[in-house]
Design a protein around this ligand. Structure first.
Ligand code: ZN
Ligand code: ZN
Length: 371
């Protein structure tokens, strides 16, 4: 589906805010490479309001040099172990046709439908402000996101802003330099590095835009009852009531397995897409273009592009499989999504020529002048 061009705000080099961010360890040459960071207005404010925050007083090298050993958060570990062990049993039930066909259909339909609440909602809309959305769409996205059970919008978006701003440093909540398992799920069951806590507190003071949205405020305030209703009670009740599934099967498959698969799809962006794949736009960072993650995560695996142009609502170049972009385009057609931000092709090629690994699939225009 073509993007709704009439609503796309094309950003060029002149219009884009490019800031230097703390240089991750291991980068040898930063003199001619500008690492683009999230240029959403909140983070611009953040760098401007140093009296509260921040980069000026925050010396990441001290935190990098600090001795730190994380402790296990046992309640979180036990919850994750429970979810994953029960999910193994749930997958066995599905693979051996031990649950009703409609239950399996319902589980996978819910996983992918609710996934838009993560991709188009808490990620592209609330974390990055890559487009704007009318209230009905924001309510729909908050509803879908709550079904996935991935904490409240405010907490998720705040952590994601910290991740982008301090990617691959000790202040990154799921710093992939600590290995696959830490980036995948370990960060949720271990105590955070003091640098993460420091930056979370700093961004909390400047991410006021999130709480200015009544949809975010309401979802945050009523998160526990909404979580219980949308992630637990309704998914268990619907298969039992509508097609006579057994209560235990519905609990195992429609609640635990669905919830855990949804979590792992989101986790895979932090782990797989930060480790494996090519880096056509910036070879100096770990986020990578990962097709399999993109298929599983509704288009969120084009992660090298996304970390270079985090404000682009497409999170990838046009032509890549990205069903969440199609979702936003469809709502742009009826006016519920608007002010869609996107990078120009010249900006993309420019950046790829400057810092990419040479795997950009498009042939650069020979007449195109780099800056
Ligand atoms: Zn990332
Ligand atoms: Zn992001």
């Amino acid at each position: 589906m073509a993007p709704a061009q009439q609503n796309v705000e094309v950003c060029d080099e002149g219009g884009a805010q490019i800031n230097m961010r703390p240089k991750p360890n291991g980068i040898k040459d930063s003199s001619d490479i500008k690492l683009c960071e999230n240029n959403n207005p909140v983070l611009q404010e953040d760098s401007a309001s140093e009296k509260f925050n921040s980069d000026k007083d925050f010396d990441i090298s001290k935190y990098e040099a600090m001795e730190f050993s994380a402790r296990i958060r046992w309640p979180d570990l036990i919850v994750q172990l429970f979810l994953h062990v029960v999910t193994m049993y749930g997958l066995l039930l599905i693979c051996t046709n031990s649950v009703k066909f409609y239950t399996t259909l319902f589980v996978f339909a819910t996983i992918y439908t609710s996934g838009f609440g993560v991709t188009a909602g808490v990620h592209r809309l609330w974390s990055h402000r890559a487009y704007k959305a009318q209230t009905p769409l924001r309510v729909l996205l908050a509803f879908l996101f709550t079904i996935t059970g991935q904490r409240d919008i405010y907490t998720w978006a705040l952590d994601h802003r910290v991740h982008h701003k301090y990617s691959e440093t000790v202040a990154d909540p799921h710093d992939v330099r600590r290995g696959f398992w830490f980036a995948h799920v370990g960060w949720l069951v271990l105590t955070p590095h003091p640098a993460v806590e420091n930056r979370r507190a700093a961004l909390r003071r400047t991410s006021l835009d999130l709480l200015a949205d009544p949809v975010v405020r309401i979802q945050k305030r009523f998160f526990i009852p909404l979580f219980a209703l949308l992630n637990v009670i309704l998914p268990i009740w619907i298969p039992v009531y509508c097609w006579d599934e057994s209560l235990i099967n519905s609990f195992v498959v429609s609640f635990v397995t669905r919830f855990t698969l949804n979590l792992n799809i989101a986790f895979s962006v932090n782990s797989f897409a930060h480790l494996w794949g090519n880096r056509p736009y910036d070879r100096f960072i770990k986020p990578s273009e990962n097709k399999l993650v993109s298929i599983a995560a509704l288009g969120e695996g084009w992660h090298n592009y996304h970390h270079v142009f985090p404000w682009d609502y497409r999170t990838s170049e046009l032509g890549r499989f990205n069903i969440s972009t199609n979702f936003i385009d469809a709502f742009a057609k009826i006016g519920w999504a608007y002010d869609l931000k996107a990078a120009t092709s010249s900006m993309i090629i420019n950046r790829a020529l400057r810092s990419g690994d040479g795997t950009l699939e498009e042939e650069p225009d020979p007449n195109f002048k780099t800056t």
